[in-house]
Design a protein around this ligand. Structure first.
Ligand SMILES: O=C[C@H](O)COP(=O)(O)O
Length: 249
């Protein structure tokens, strides 16, 4: 039985004043029955970690470098994220793939580094609108999955997030059938590659315009074990009902 996971990605949003949202979220969910992960900007991880000390909420980074240290100005290593209090890291988000030209091989190297640092990895996959319209979605997802996920991944350290690029921040969301098709495909590919036990244990998140009013519909879909939420994770008022929908799904 996979434990569900509600993950929030603040992207490049938030300053120390927004730590109050984390406090409010913990107050609203003192004993969550699903796993919670919040990925604020790196500047807030340490302070956030102090706030969540006595709460099961996990904190995560939004990217890491593949090397543990060195001359990489502006980058952050997985070890540094862990040292700041992170227990997970998002990797291969489409905003990194597009805005920083990240390739699958880089994502894979980062995932290995994150695993070495003891971090859970949330590896993002997703097709563009052009790719969906050209009916190459499964081909694209299959290639990203094969080349972004390291052979050394384990069920405890690997989470996959399916995020169609055209659904991110647009208010446009795939139909339940479209989500099911991709999630079932990812599940089958994981089972083929890693065997039935591990392939069945890896959690699969959907991401892209998840909001309080559509969360229950998304969570009812086959092989959806939770969500990676962007905009609606920025405030406790918006994120809390999504967490509740997952708890009651
Ligand atoms: O990482 C989160 C996703 O990019 C989804 O963002 P969104 O919920 O704002 O569409």
């Amino acid at each position: 039985m996979r434990r569900r996971l509600a993950a929030g990605n603040w992207k490049m949003n938030g300053t120390s004043a927004d730590l109050e949202q984390i406090t409010a979220l913990m107050a609203a969910h003192p004993a969550p029955t699903v796993d919670l992960l919040l990925c604020p900007p790196a500047t807030l991880i340490h302070a956030a970690a102090r706030r969540v000390a006595d709460h099961p909420m996990m904190l995560g980074g939004q990217d890491c470098h593949a090397e543990p240290s060195g001359a990489h100005t502006g980058d952050i290593s997985a070890e540094q994220l862990a040292d700041a209090g992170a227990r997970a890291v998002i990797l291969g988000h489409s905003e990194r793939r597009q805005g920083h030209a990240e390739q699958n091989a880089q994502v894979c190297a980062k995932a290995r580094a994150a695993q070495d640092a003891g971090l859970m990895t949330v590896i993002c996959l997703g097709e563009s609108l052009d790719q969906r319209e050209a009916q190459t979605t499964l081909e694209v997802i299959g290639a990203q999955l094969a080349d972004s996920v390291p052979d050394t991944a384990t069920a405890d350290t690997l989470v996959i997030a399916y995020e169609p690029i055209w659904a991110i921040g647009t208010g446009r969301i795939p139909t339940p059938d479209q989500i099911a098709e991709v999630h079932d495909f990812i599940r089958a590919r994981l089972q083929q590659r890693f065997g039935a036990d591990m392939g069945s244990a890896v959690r699969l998140l959907y991401g892209g315009s998840v909001k309080p009013d559509n969360a229950a519909t998304v969570f009812a879909v086959s092989n959806v074990d939770g969500a990676l939420v962007g905009g609606a994770s920025l405030t406790a008022d918006q994120f809390s009902p999504i967490i509740t929908a997952l708890e009651t799904a």
